[in-house]
Design a binder for this molecule. Structure first.
Ligand code: GDP
Length: 454
């Protein structure tokens, strides 16, 4: 018998309603001890998917109106009996209801325990559980869509179809090897190669799309660099729509790195507005500049900002040099002023250049397009299955390696026995991906990253 767990399922803030979720064999009895329906019907008599309006009680005294929603196992999120109590969303009321539920016999849920139970009860596989985590933390349209597809089982379905072919193939080979005297239909060599080739292609497509998926779902680590007064902070403010970076006309205002995540179209950029790069005597500013140069080396995307109303100076040239060979877009700012910038140099040194007026909020679309082209994600299709994290990628790339070896083996004519070992290793990797063969440590690690209540 599993312990009955409870936690607040909604955010820890004042809101219209707050939901306390209870799951486990005694969920309905426990909820019944703290909740009384207005019409007197005990929750224990309710069918699944039924709601009752009533009051919640602590020490026999009612303290709020509530709605109790009953789910019967296995038709619930966790696959167990579940009751969700919706009370008014004041922090005190929500906490008080949770305390009452604990006093009635539930224990506090661990981080991710509801989703872990859904996994252990076979409601979802590991990739879908990771889809839940990704969906909760999604910051943009593409991230939300791709995570929802993961949750809906897009990756699981893709992997299942690859695995089914491999398992059939492995079973026929094993039978043929183990019972050579029986009349078992021989697995034709051509058919074997075809199956391996298909598996290789499907896995390779997933791997190829991994980096794009990460960019679109997790965002891009981005550095905004440029000489003092080029308009870095104004650009950052334009993208974030807030006044996070202080904008002034006194050079050297942005002394340290200001970090912020912003949306550029349907992508998320994790921005660092670095100190203006220039030779500096000021100690504090020098530290900022050192950090800015380091950031150029570590960022996945650099937005190098230039003031189009001035000719390029030594500071600009220093930036151009520092950005060489890096994934960089030249952002020519202040197009509302007369242009004096040496465009031929910019065009020669940068693969992509866009014109904006950060002050007038112009050019975001062009910037988005240039960034997407530079990162190669302009054709990203979030409806296709994607690998959402390093764990998933590692399983698929290990499976891919085993399939490549098996295919090489089939080409060079090694025994079916040996090929089968490689195919089985690939299947094992795919089973760990979906969680059917994942170790307890891997499973615990995944769910420990969830929030309590999910
Ligand atoms: P930073 O030192 O690179 O961060 O530059 P700031 O963002 O602080 O901008 C320096 C000055 O340039 C400020 O006075 C801004 O208002 C001005 N500025 C920024 N962008 C534009 C623009 O697109 N057009 C014009 N005319 N001025 C701008």
């Amino acid at each position: 018998m599993s312990k009955t767990i409870a936690a607040v399922a909604t955010g820890n803030s004042v809101s219209g309603i707050g939901v306390i979720r209870i799951s486990g064999d005694n969920a309905i009895e426990i909820a019944q001890r703290v909740f009384k329906a207005m019409d007197g019907t005990p929750l224990t008599q309710l069918k699944g998917y039924t709601a009752k309006y009533g009051n919640v009680y602590c020490h026999g005294e009612s303290f709020d109106n509530a709605v109790a929603l009953v789910f019967r196992n296995p038709k619930s999120y966790t696959g167990e009996d579940v009751v969700e109590l919706s009370v008014h969303g004041g922090i005190f009321i929500v906490e008080k209801t949770l305390e009452a539920v604990f006093a009635a016999g539930a224990v506090p849920a661990q981080a991710g325990e509801f989703t872990k139970r859904a996994f252990l009860n076979g409601k979802i596989d590991l990739t879908q559980a990771e889809g839940v985590a990704a969906l909760i933390s999604a910051q943009g349209q593409e991230a939300a869509r791709a995570s929802f597809n993961l949750l809906q089982g897009s990756l699981s379905n893709k992997i299942s179809s690859v695995m089914e072919e491999l398992i059939n193939c492995s079973a026929s080979m094993a039978a043929w090897v183990d019972y050579p005297d029986e009349e078992i239909e021989d697995l034709q060599e051509d058919r074997l190669k075809e199956i391996l080739l298909n598996a290789k292609q499907s896995l390779n497509n997933l791997l190829k799309n991994y980096e794009n998926g990460i960019v679109m779902t997790q965002g891009v680590d981005t550095a905004i660099v440029g000489r003092p007064n080029a308009g870095k902070s104004t650009l950052m403010n334009m993208l974030s729509g807030t006044e996070k970076s202080i904008v002034t006309h006194i050079e050297g205002t942005t002394r340290d790195i200001v970090e912020n995540s912003v949306r550029l179209g349907n992508m998320v950029l994790h921005l660092s507005d670095t100190a203006g790069i220039r030779e500096s005597e000021d100690v504090v500013e020098s530290i900022g500049i050192k950090k800015a140069l380091e950031k150029i080396n570590s960022a996945s995307l650099i937005l190098a900002v230039f003031d189009s109303s001035c000719r390029l100076n030594d500071d600009d040239r220093m930036i151009i040099d520092a950005c060489k060979g890096k994934p960089c877009v030249a952002v020519i700012n202040k197009t509302d002023l007369d242009s004096k910038i040496d465009l031929d140099i910019i065009n020669k040194e940068f693969e992509k250049a866009v014109f904006i007026s950060a002050k007038n909020n112009e050019g975001a679309r062009e910037l988005e397009q240039a960034v997407k082209e530079l990162l190669g994600v302009e054709n990203f299709d979030s409806s296709q299955p994607i690998l959402a994290n390093k764990r998933q990628k590692l399983c698929v790339s290990n499976a891919y390696e085993h399939i490549c070896k098996a295919l090489d083996g089939a080409e060079t004519g090694i025994t079916y026995d040996a090929i089968n070992v490689m195919i089985d290793s690939a299947i094992d990797e795919l089973l760990s991906l979906t969680g059917k063969k994942a170790t307890e440590e891997v499973v615990n690690n995944i769910f420990s990253r969830f929030c309590v209540g999910k």
